[in-house]
Design a protein around this ligand. Sequence first.
Ligand SMILES: Cc1cc2nc3c(=O)[nH]c(=O)nc-3n(C[C@H](O)[C@H](O)[C@H](O)COP(=O)(O)OP(=O)(O)OC[C@H]3O[C@@H](n4cnc5c(N)ncnc54)[C@H](O)[C@@H]3O)c2cc1C
Length: 605
Amino acid sequence: MNITWWLLLLTAGPIPFILSLCFYWSWFTSYLSYLVSPASPSTYDYIVAGAGSAGCVVAGRLAEAGHSVLLIEAGGPAPAMAHVPGLVGFLQNSPLDWAYRTEVQEHATLGAGGVSSWPRGKVLGGSSMLNYMFYIRGNRRDYDEWRDMGLEGWGYKDVMPFFKKSENFKGEIESKEKYHGTGGRLTVYKDNWKEPITEAYLKAGEELGYKTGDINGELQDGGFTPSHVTMDNGYRTGTYKAFAEQYVGDKITVSTFSHVNKVVLEGKKAVGVELTRFGKTEVYRARQEVILSAGSIGSPQILMLSGIGDKDHLQEVGVESVHHLPGVGQNLQDHILLPINIDFNDGLGIDPLAALYPSTFLSYLSGGGPLTSSGGCGGLAHVHTELNTDPRPDIQYHLAGTSFATDHGFVLAKNFGFLPSAWPWFAGHTHRSSGMLLPTLSRPESSGFIKLRSSNPRDHPIIQPNYLTKQKDLDTFLSSVNLTLRLLETDAMKAVGAELWEADPFCEHLGFKTGAYWECYVKHYVSTVYHPVGTCAMGSVLDTRLRVEGIKGLRVVDGSVMPKIVGGNTNAPIIMIGEKAAHMILEDFVEADDKTENTKSRNEL
Ligand SMILES: Cc1cc2nc3c(=O)[nH]c(=O)nc-3n(C[C@H](O)[C@H](O)[C@H](O)COP(=O)(O)OP(=O)(O)OC[C@H]3O[C@@H](n4cnc5c(N)ncnc54)[C@H](O)[C@@H]3O)c2cc1C
């Protein structure tokens, strides 16, 4: 343990404690106000369960149209620290995180004992408060594929206006008007602080024939870019702040620290939800609809707890089946990435001691500097491996100026859950400037499921992603290793002294850089990029207007509705889903008898 380790202990060490303190303070003050304030009304026009990326968009748009909305969230308000981009890694395994764990994987994440750590936001803003803030939409053909599966209204041309509606792109970019929104609630920009190595990554891409430009625009089929991020003036733009907060106290009532147990059904009609708050179980009713936005784990879990799912499975766990819908919880898809570690010349990556320099704070005061780094990853790219026959790229790179060594084991390696036996390999590089090239499978073929572990709503469900069970996924990763080695051979990377780390401890016995070595390496180090989707998919669980098949008054609006994962990080697509869902809900609005005067029945995009 050298001096850097001790200094990090002093600076980074207290952060988890401060975060926990903030959480318990807001829990305590919410409890006090729950005790003293008058009871909230028990009926609303709409109930939105889950204040995450999609839930806040839906709640905000319904409130904007004049409807009363109850927005229910299991977590509490986000502490100010959670809005500082550079602290992103500390949010995992904190009280703001559900901290799910998958079942043991046979072929993947073996370096973490086969268990993949799945953080999800348990806080107002949901996973939009825990994420790395990259704004990527995937490929236009992803949405056309949805449309061609029979999901009318979900082609690229149909969804593009909703991407633009929420976006407020700050700064200049090519073809801005064609591809970007500028008046939306979600500020996106690309001028936050990037690690200096990012420039070399982009030049390396150019040497391999890729252009640098807008991968949400003209370069969707291949290209490199400085990362676009959901940040505004140095602060994370979480969806609660961006879309919902301004209506709270007026049209939106927020119920924090409230765990939704199930949907309340009368026959096959959803009429409300049951939740537990501070030990008390209550029922709230919706005049119009109940909208589940609890995410790809929470939404199928709530449906199954409500008796909507595969009847045999429900019987196994002692839940009475109300409606047999076997697709609930199936079709779980997730992106996985492969960290390939390198060292390079000093000063080009993240400086672990940056937080100690007054200059860091001074630059942050004007919304810049290292504290605005999006988790150390300044570059992104869409590329093709030699195996790819699709016009859509099959690999997305996350290009990082930080590695498992940079923070001396305080954050990143813990978040990935690596076994202690991996640490000596990382430790050998703590004295160097280091980074990672992280090829990410854009459209994995392996898929899994979510099932109930028990009928207790508080039990985390069974999460089985079945990583790397399809040979094609493994082959694509192996091909991406070749591509990565080619990137490292470019003049741009040689000029910055880039060097692959030596053989790792789990696979070195197979002979460094042999085919067997890389296969072992992939199986040990692949990890989730935190994009589970598909578990209440349109076409099996939902119709194209996101209504639950066979149940009235109930929709699902979040990442779980995707029939197929898109080739890019999922936050922007899920916000788009929230926008489009709100539009459809307002279109379908049937004027209720007790409609208030200022309720708009018309909906304008
Ligand atoms: C660590 C991390 C990094 C990521 N990085 C990126 C990135 O850089 N770019 C990107 O595009 N995507 C990223 N993602 C993915 C992206 O953030 C998610 O796909 C997206 O936020 C999911 O949105 P959602 O609305 O489906 O669910 P969520 O945002 O997770 O919202 C679900 C909400 O429902 C609440 N909830 C769940 N169950 C219950 C219940 N029973 N009762 C009450 N409330 C409940 C949750 O607490 C949560 O607030 C990342 C995700 C994580 C976790």
